[in-house]
Design a protein around this ligand. Structure first.
Ligand SMILES: [Zn+2]
Length: 420
């Protein structure tokens, strides 16, 4: 069986919709290493993305392998079957070594009352005044609360166990990293709920290394955090403490850490995340997704000529199909239609105008977060262009790569992992 794969303290999930930016993304991790931070790359792509693009998991694996070979990266790297469930996991078995088991749909599904009862009896340590490491106030948990939380989450955790064992059977138990995600749901999980969930995860003997709860506040696609950063900060710290407690108490892997499904670009909470990691000497997995695809568009627009033309055409296509494109993402975007410029106006824009409307620079007056969100979900328009789109990515690789690397390193890796 060999040694179990163990995820490093710091890791970054990078989405690469069209599998052309692996090298540019990996270069950001190389720069992190040069600045004293080991940040392990994980290329994540969900079944939904593969379906929309018309790609297969093997292509994500090939792109990752090629980037690693070209840059001579000697540290670990992973390919993540992002947000899989029991119905979609099988096509990811050969290509992936990281599985994000998404059981959010089962939250609140009725649990077997006998199982809930047995859980509460098995975990007397959860009730009373609970002191979590590094938190000055105790959490008061009574039996009723344990039963209520268990009833809400046991079915989801049980399903995570089923999927984990399924993957383990196909790949071998220690040959992959396991994440459990519950972020795609309506209400956030509290630190106490997280702790109870982890007790159940331990009972299921899931070799969990990252867990993605839903945090407080809004995590819209490609744009900044909406909510109270101070409240987030407290919750995030308490979550870390709950994990530390669960590792000690239940023998979960020592590498267990939070995974933040950021939806990309949550600049307002990057500083609080960094501070909490330092305070607790904890790790984190920061998952980004569409930010790289938007840098591709920025690079095309910046290159001018045909690139700018194509970027405008994609905006036009996204604008006229916006209802269809936005529907699957309705809960994670807030677009103000009045703020969307008409495609005819955009057609007159210079490179600079297009780039400054799209680039996520909150201080720039021309930055337009409605346009950015629309383009974030608009990758289907580019996918439909097929070779016309991807061929231009190769032609304009230099300009695009510069934007992809700079964005990941300066706006994401630096504030979260290096603290600048
Ligand atoms: Zn997610």
């Amino acid at each position: 069986m060999g040694d179990a794969l163990q995820l490093s303290k710091y890791s970054i999930g990078v989405g690469d919709r069209f599998s052309h930016q692996g090298k540019a993304q990996l270069r950001a991790c190389v720069m992190a290493a040069e600045n004293g931070a080991e940040v392990i790359p994980v290329w994540n792509k969900s079944n939904r993305e593969h379906t929309i693009i018309g790609s297969v998991p093997a292509s994500a694996r090939a792109a990752a392998d090629e980037a690693v070979k070209t840059l001579g990266w000697r540290k670990p790297y992973y390919v993540d079957a992002d947000h899989i469930n029991i119905k979609t996991v099988d096509r990811f078995i050969d290509a992936c070594d990281f599985y994000t088991i998404d059981v959010a749909d089962l939250i609140g599904q009725p649990s077997d009352p006998a199982a809930v009862d047995a859980f509460a009896k098995r975990h007397p340590e959860l009730t009373g005044n609970l002191h979590l490491p590094g938190v000055d106030h105790p959490f008061q948990i009574d039996l009723g609360m344990v039963i209520q939380v268990a009833a809400k989450y046991l079915a989801a955790v049980h399903e995570a166990g089923v999927i984990y064992r399924h993957v383990a059977e196909m790949k071998g138990k220690c040959r992959f990293i396991t994440e459990v995600s519950m972020d795609e749901t309506d209400s956030p999980q509290t630190p106490v709920e997280l702790l109870i969930i982890l007790a159940a995860v331990a009972d299921e003997e899931i070799g969990i290394q990252t867990i993605a709860p839903k945090f407080t506040g809004r995590f819209n696609k490609g744009v900044d955090y909406v909510g109270d950063p101070a409240k987030f900060s407290e919750e995030f710290s308490n979550d870390i403490a709950a994990i530390a407690f669960a590792v000690q108490q239940y023998g979960l892997p020592g590498s267990l850490k939070l995974s933040v499904h950021s939806g990309s670009d949550k600049f307002l909470i990057y500083r609080p995340i960094h501070n909490a990691l330092k305070k607790f000497d904890a790790g984190v997995h920061l998952k980004t997704a569409g930010t790289t695809w938007l840098e591709e568009l920025i690079g095309l627009a910046e290159a001018g000529g045909e690139g700018l033309g194509l970027a405008k055409e994609i905006y036009g296509g996204a604008y006229s199909h916006r209802e269809e494109l936005c529907a699957p993402y309705a809960t994670v975007i807030d677009i103000d239609p009045a703020k969307l410029p008409a495609p005819a106006a955009v057609a007159q824009w210079s490179s600079e105008q297009f780039v400054s409307a799209l680039r996520h620079d909150p201080k720039c007056p021309a930055y337009n977060n409605s346009l950015r969100q629309l383009l974030h979900v608009g990758f289907k328009v580019a996918a439909k262009m097929g070779a016309r789109y991807v061929d231009l990515l190769s032609v304009m690789e230099t300009t695009i790569a510069k934007n992809v690397t700079e964005n990941l390193f300066t706006r994401h890796i630096k504030p979260v992992f290096i603290g600048e």
